[in-house]
Design a protein around this ligand. Structure first.
Ligand SMILES: [Zn+2]
Length: 398
């Protein structure tokens, strides 16, 4: 009888303990979760998850960091990326044509609070700087926004003022500087020319989000490049030990130099890392995202700014953005990488295009380990799309 009673006491105590633990943990979670908390989906191998549908502006503004890859309002491939940390914003490039300006400005009106803190212009190609390089009768993004800091390619260009669009850019940039903007070429930042102009700087004071300007031999015209693309300003965002890499339209030679100059024993040793997000260099061209670069950065998430499958640059299917060689190189460096693409070409000649993933917004928040990818249209990653199945294949891995 005594034995039986002991067992009963033990069982009751044990049940109480388990019940207490469950209630206690629940209460703890209840108290620590903010109102807007979303239960994360089961972690994937890439520790990222994508959500589709209209992007909630307030949800995005509550994040510590958001990176936006924009659709450009036309059938042309081009780059435009907005980075937002609190009320501080950085706009990298504004392609694809002057006709993209309304789409870009409408987006800026939604997300930019106060002045536009930084504009980065990676290189002097229309699909990257059209929005800044308008003729005098069209308002440029410099006319439409108050920009505090302009960072560009400086002397890293083969263009001269005899080139109409380049002359337009210089005129518009100079006007913004005359209106109060601070201007430096990216090489000034890399060379740490003053206490304010440094290779690594915090995007917003106290945010813990850093910008690192990356050196390669063509930056700022250090060496003559055969292609304008190889002058591209490259930078990465660093937050919570995650890296987000932007290389403009850097091609094979530029990428080789980027890897070399940031390798052990070089002046920028250790700056290149495996990255959480990589903006596909040169829109997923066959001449960029080389194995040399991919093997170092092994991206987990790749965002391609392009009008997929368009004949704008070539009629050869496998070389249309995003190219088969690009797919091969990304996949071989990380078979678990997820690729997202802004826009899809429907019929180039008939001027028909549609959103692919649409505007793509990557968000990060302190304490949240997963990377969230918000897509204004589909959240299906490239490998699982009908377009991919009809036009691309996955390479065999040796
Ligand atoms: Zn481009």
């Amino acid at each position: 009888m005594a034995k039986k009673s002991k067992l009963l006491t033990f069982l009751v105590s044990f049940l109480c303990f388990v019940l207490g633990a469950v209630i206690g943990t629940g209460a703890l979670l209840w108290h620590t979760l903010p109102d807007s908390y979303e239960i994360p989906e089961k972690k994937s191998v890439t520790h990222s998850h994508a959500v589709a549908g209209e992007i909630n502006v307030n949800t995005v503004k509550e994040q510590d960091l958001s990176i936006h890859f924009l659709e450009l309002g036309n059938k042309y491939t081009g780059d435009c990326t907005l980075i937002k940390v609190g009320d501080t914003e950085m706009l990298i490039d504004a392609g694809s044509k002057a006709s993209s300006i309304p789409a870009i400005q409408s987006y800026l009106n939604t997300y930019v609070e106060g002045d536009l803190d930084y504009v980065v212009v990676t290189h002097a190609h229309e699909d990257h700087y059209a929005g800044f390089a308008t003729n005098e009768s069209t308002e440029s993004l410099f006319d439409l926004n108050t920009v505090k800091n302009i960072i560009d390619f400086g002397d890293g260009t083969n263009k001269t003022l005899s080139n109409k669009m380049y002359a337009n850019y210089i005129r518009e940039r100079n006007a913004e500087v005359a209106a109060g903007a601070d201007y430096h070429s990216a090489i000034d930042y890399v060379n740490n020319i003053s206490a304010e102009i440094t290779q690594r700087f915090e995007l917003k004071a106290g945010s813990g989000v850093y910008v690192e300007m990356l050196y390669h031999k063509y930056l700022g015209g250090g060496m003559d490049a055969e292609t304008e693309n190889d002058y591209s300003v490259c930078l990465q965002i660093v937050y919570q030990n995650k890296y987000y890499l932007f290389t403009g339209d850097l091609e094979a030679e530029g990428e080789e130099s980027l890897v070399e100059e940031n390798a052990a024993g070089r002046r920028n040793a250790g700056m290149l890392h495996e990255v959480e997000v990589y903006k596909a260099g040169h829109h997923g061209s066959k001449t960029s995202s080389t194995e040399t670069l991919m093997n170092v950065i092994k991206p987990k998430v790749v965002c391609v700014c392009c009008c997929a499958g368009s004949s704008e640059y070539t009629s050869k299917n496998e070389n249309q953005f995003p190219t088969q060689i690009f797919i091969n190189n990304v996949y071989k460096s990380n078979p678990n990488a997820k690729i997202y693409v802004t826009t899809l070409c429907v019929d180039y000649k008939a001027n028909k295009y549609t959103s692919f993933n649409g505007n793509i917004v990557i968000t990060a928040k302190e304490g949240v380990t997963d990377t969230t990818i918000h897509c204004s249209k589909s959240a299906v990653d490239l490998y699982n799309t009908e377009w991919f199945k009809a036009n691309r294949t996955l390479p065999e891995i040796a």
